[in-house]
Structures are given as structure tokens and as C-alpha cells.
Write a protein that binds this ligand. Sequence first.
Ligand SMILES: [Zn+2]
Length: 478
Amino acid sequence: MELEPVIGFEVHSELKTKSKVFCGCKNAFGDPPNSNVCPVCLGMPGVLPVLNRRAFELALRTAIALHCEISERTTFDRKNYYYPDLPKNYQISQQYAVLGRRGYLEIEVNGQTRRIGINNVHLEEDAGKNIHPETAGAKYSLVDLNRAGVPLLEIVSEPDIRSRDEAEAYMHSLRSLLQYCDASDCKMQEGSLRYELNISMRRPGDPLPDYRVEVKNLASMKSVLRALDYEIRRQTRLLEDGRKPARETALWDDAAGETRTMRSKEGAQDYRYFPEPDLVEVYIDPAWMERARAELPELQHERCKRFVEQLGLPEYDARILTQSRPLADYFEAAVRLHNNPKAISNWIMTELLRVLGEEVEPDDLNVRPPHLARLVEMIDRGAISGKIAKQVFPEMLETGRMPDEIVREKGLVQITDTSALEAVVAEVIAENPDVAVDYRAGKDKALGRLVGQAMKKTRGQANPQLLNELLRKTLRGQ
Ligand SMILES: [Zn+2]
């Protein structure tokens, strides 16, 4: 039986605001527990929430970038549930008149563009965090409410994703879009971007299955993909045995590499949503809407196009460099300092992408745009060869020192002195008489071997153009 997965995502993204969504407390990660709290976010009786305009504007901007239909009038609702990190016993969210509906996100897989439907985009508040001490025998848990009330954007996709590759592309595209909108810093390791998966299996062409498994507790994109693989295998086995997987919510156990049932799935009615009486409705009039559209930052495809048209980058480079906004910013900052886009792109695509990943952002690197710009500038003016640059680069990465400093200290300056190189040239020709004969017999390629030998002797410091020239001249002269 050939089955295909039916996958959707619920994504929570903490918005990049200075303060929380309904009070003036600081929105910051990593502060001492319970230091950014007040009666409003602690859920004391009698307090009144006030909507953070910036949070609303970032949510609106993201909804527009996701091509959503924007509700002219949006309202907030209480989603009722009890949890130790939710002191009010309800979460302020949007249920009846959400900010955006019926949008889409474009993803690209194997050169094909697909649109994944966005069911809705809405604004809500984050809950606090329960901390379970890992000390053996600890019989208590702690609650940190710094996160309670941090603005949270929930983006709910349609179950339009049909493969693991598409799921991966969706996660990357959405993250990139949130970064381009400057809506979130998207640091998964700090919880500011959280993916939840829902998945079921069906025969291609069949209607949507009447069950689905939601998977929570996915701390990285890698975990999401592992959980996906696991569920595809598990559900396929059940269906092949003639059994139907249960509709449930499961937790991903990364260490064990499996999902565990958390609860059978509740519906919206279980949360007893009702309108939040303490917040006013928000009307987005046409002038506001127009302003929001005009202020939409340059998005990935626009930037990609600009890199090709204005900076003359190949399409392939432009696509990779614009996949994440921090990387595109990094690249542009370096190009502003030294105008050789293609060379800078080459360095980023080879040396930098090797160290960058889900955990390491361009901003975390010791090599800043001025470092890279200087390195490329030194190669361009012939101060060092590309080979030497490759030797210098790891040290820059390690120490954050400027390349000229390292070159000077290690005496790696390029040899451009003709007389010094002439001796080396004579030496390699004498040591490789057969190669010299080949070259004179018209085998141009033989020259490359001699260049290699000479480079070795000079520890890569010979100026390659000069070396080539001298070799040719000497060989022809003999
Ligand atoms: Zn507060």
C-alpha cells in the first residue's frame, strides 16, 4: 500500500518587542527568574491588560507578508486551561476574529515552487516556564514567569505538506520570512521559534484522514524531521496492519527517538473560548493597512533579485545568501566595505557556511564583515594569495583578529620579488626535467605541475601570476 503523509504546522514565534504584549514588563531572554513580572502578567485580580501596539504591528506585517486576508476588525478571546505556568488560568489569544486568514507561503523543493496554505495568523501571549530540577531526588518544580505575557504569533498552516523535504523547506521559508519581517529573532535554542507538527497518512488522492497526531516538544528543526520520520514509520505500520492510528497529542522524546502519547486530542470547544472583556477591538482602517503594506521590508525574493541585478551575483549565490536575513545582511555589509561581491560571496558560500548552522548565526561569528572584506581586499591587491588567505582564515575564525595582523605576524606576505622567485623556478625545473620536456613538447598542462612544486617550496607565498610568467619565460628560453 503506497501511502503519503499529510502534514501541517502550528508555529509559535515570539515577537521582537521591547515590552510584553499586555503590560510594560521587559521582553527579554535569560534574565534572573521572575525579575520581569508585574501584577498584570502575574494574573492578579483586578488588573487590566493594554495591547502593545508594536506587537500588533509586527503581527500585522507578518500576516501581510504571508498573503493573508486581514480582518478589518480583530478581537481577543480567553482560552481557558489550567497550567502552573499560566497564573490567570486562561491565555489571551484570538479565536473568533483573528488577525489574518487564508494566506500562503511559497516553498521550493527540487526546483519546484509550491504554495502551502496558511489557515490563520493570530496574536496571543506566551505562558511562563516550568523548570524541573535535574538534581537527583528533587521533589519540586520551579516556575519562572518572565516569559508570561511575551507576545506570541501563532501561524497555522493547512495540511498541505506532502513530504519530509517539503516540511523542511516550509520550516526554512517561514523562519526566513519572520526574519525578513524583523518580527522575531527566531532563536530556536531560546524558544523564540517553536514548531509543532501534525501528521496523518493516506493513500494519494483519498480525502483528508479523519485522525491526526499532533507532536509537541520539538526543540530544533532536526527534532522535527526525526519526529516526522518516526511518525511516518509508526503510522504506516499501523495502517498496513489494518489498524487506525489514534487522534492524539504526543510529545517527542529526543533522547529515546520516539513520540509518547500526552493526551487524546481536545477540540476548541474544550477550551471554552470566550471574548476577552478587558481588551477593546482593534480596527485596521484602510489608511493603516496602506501604511503597513508600504512599510513591509524587502523580502527574500526581492533581495535575491537585487543581488543578481545590482551586484551581478549568479542566481545560485543570490538564493543561498538570501535564505536567511542575517546572512544577507552580513554579505551586504562586507560588500559595502570592499566592492567585490562575487569574491565575498565565494568566501561566505565555502568557508562560512561550513561553520554556520541552526545553532550558529552569522552574528555569533568572530569573523565580522570588516574582517572578511579586508581579507578579500588583500587578495585583490596582491598582498596575499588565495592559498595564504585559506591558511589565515581559520585563525581569524578562532581569534577574531584582522587578517593583516595575522599575515604580518606570521610573515605570510606574498613573494612578489622576481629575483627571489627566479631561484625557485630554476630549482623546480632542474628537479623535474621530464616535466620540462613535456611542456616544451606542447603539453601546456605540464606547467601546472611545476607551479604546484614551486608553490610548495614557497609555502604558498609565491605570487601565482608572477610565478606562471617566470616559469613560461624560463622554459621557453632554454
Ligand atoms: Zn508584566
